[in-house]
Design a binder for this molecule. Structure first.
Ligand code: ATP
Ligand code: MG
Length: 360
């Protein structure tokens, strides 16, 4: 019988895991854990459970999944879902991260500015994503700590980074780790707009990044794919945050690698052979955020469209485009086409992509 893997959550990551399971005849079943139901799932003892998100509401259904003996990485989700325990873990493992502290009843802006500088970023301990759950304290504006953020947030130094990169890797049950090349990411208003990978100019940072993520995955005895978002300051990396799951900045691997991040995660969960994924060509990933589907995208000769079939709302990720970059002229043509078709908020990310390739 085919191996069955249940996924806590049925968003786009769950759907892409299910898609990746097909060629290996893995029966991947994303589960909607947000809609209340009395239903119980036909879980078998040998089934495997994973999650596409780090937090979920407690219900009979989510408990059924999260208390199954094969819920892989069970304790890790809660630990990384809370920025306080996540940052504490990084400190314990001595992995470099942006300087931080917890915000409690005694915290005051004066001390925070003394310690961290003119701009301090408050982040909600839980529930933040795509830049939601962030609050800037600016000394010049005398901003205050919102009352309901005390005991529910951390304060972080504003990092004046050169750029943002991420590393996606996997640890197998045998403890071996395997990594994709570093990905260059562009965020706008806290939300990922575009990624480029691999990039030869990031190669000198690869060993440093791999060491950091393997320290984390080994420390947690983690199994499966994990993503590490970093700030690059010169030749040094600082971890921004970790995701114990497949990640948006790894979507380019669907086009560029012989094993994409979704299949790599499934292989690790099912104890199937793992090795370093081969990179077939360079890719650019453009997130589709709050815009309607446009079939003109399909006319781009080097593009693959992933449309999530979600209701389109402002700021909501509703799909992504993977563009192969092994023909530079074709890539430039496609990006220039997108500049004509896409709204204002895309002009800066698309120009950023062209600039990266102009320097290459
Ligand atoms: P995600 O959707 O990736 O989970 P998030 O909303 O949970 O994102 P972060 O990744 O911590 O939160 O922050 C989002 C973005 O905000 C970062 O990618 C970066 O651009 C910016 N940012 C976060 N922390 C800092 C910092 N300490 N200094 C400067 N910019 C920051
Ligand atoms: Mg992030």
């Amino acid at each position: 019988m085919n191996k069955r893997i249940w996924v806590l959550g049925d968003g786009q990551l769950g759907a892409m895991l299910a898609h990746a399971g097909k060629p290996l005849a893995l029966d991947v079943r994303p589960v909607d854990i947000m809609t209340p139901t009395d239903e119980q799932l036909p879980l078998a003892p040998q089934d495997i459970i994973t999650a596409e998100r780090e937090q979920w509401p407690e219900s009979a259904l989510s408990l059924q999944l999260s208390t199954h003996p094969h819920f892989i990485n069970g304790p890790v989700f809660g630990r990384l879902a809370d920025r306080f325990t996540q940052k504490s873990l990084l400190d314990e493992l001595q992995v470099a991260t942006a300087p931080w502290e917890a915000v409690d009843n005694h915290s005051n802006t004066e001390t925070l500015h003394q310690r961290y500088g003119e701009r301090v970023l408050l982040k909600r301990r839980t529930g933040g994503y795509d830049g939601k759950g962030q609050h800037w304290l600016k000394q010049a504006e005398n901003s205050v700590i919102p009352t309901d953020w005390r005991n529910h947030a951390i304060a972080e130094q504003a990092i004046d980074f050169d750029e943002e990169v991420s590393l996606v890797g996997a640890r197998g049950q045998d403890g071996q780790c395997h990594f994709y090349p570093l990905t260059l990411n562009l965020h706008q208003d806290g939300i990922l707009m575009a990624s480029i990978a691999p990039l030869s100019r990031l190669q000198p940072l690869q060993a440093q990044a791999e060491k950091m993520l393997s320290t984390i995955m080994q420390g947690l005895e983690y199994v499966g794919v994990m993503a590490m978002e970093c700030f690059r300051l010169g030749d040094k990396l600082l971890v921004n945050e970790l995701a114990p799951r497949v990640h948006n900045s790894g979507h380019w691997t669907q086009a560029g690698c012989h094993i994409d991040q979704f299949q790599l995660h499934l292989r690790a969960l099912c104890n199937l052979p793992l090795h370093r994924p081969q990179v077939n060509f360079q890719c650019v990933m453009v997130n589709l955020i709050g815009i309607d589907k446009d079939d003109r995208w399909l006319s781009l000769p080097n593009a693959e469209l992933f449309w999530y079939n979600k209701e389109v709302r402002p700021g909501r990720k509703v799909g992504h485009l993977n563009l192969s970059a092994h023909n530079l002229q074709q890539l430039t043509d496609s990006i220039q086409q997108l500049q004509h078709w896409m709204p204002m908020q895309y002009q800066a990310p698309l120009a950023w992509i062209l600039a990266e390739f102009a320097h290459a």
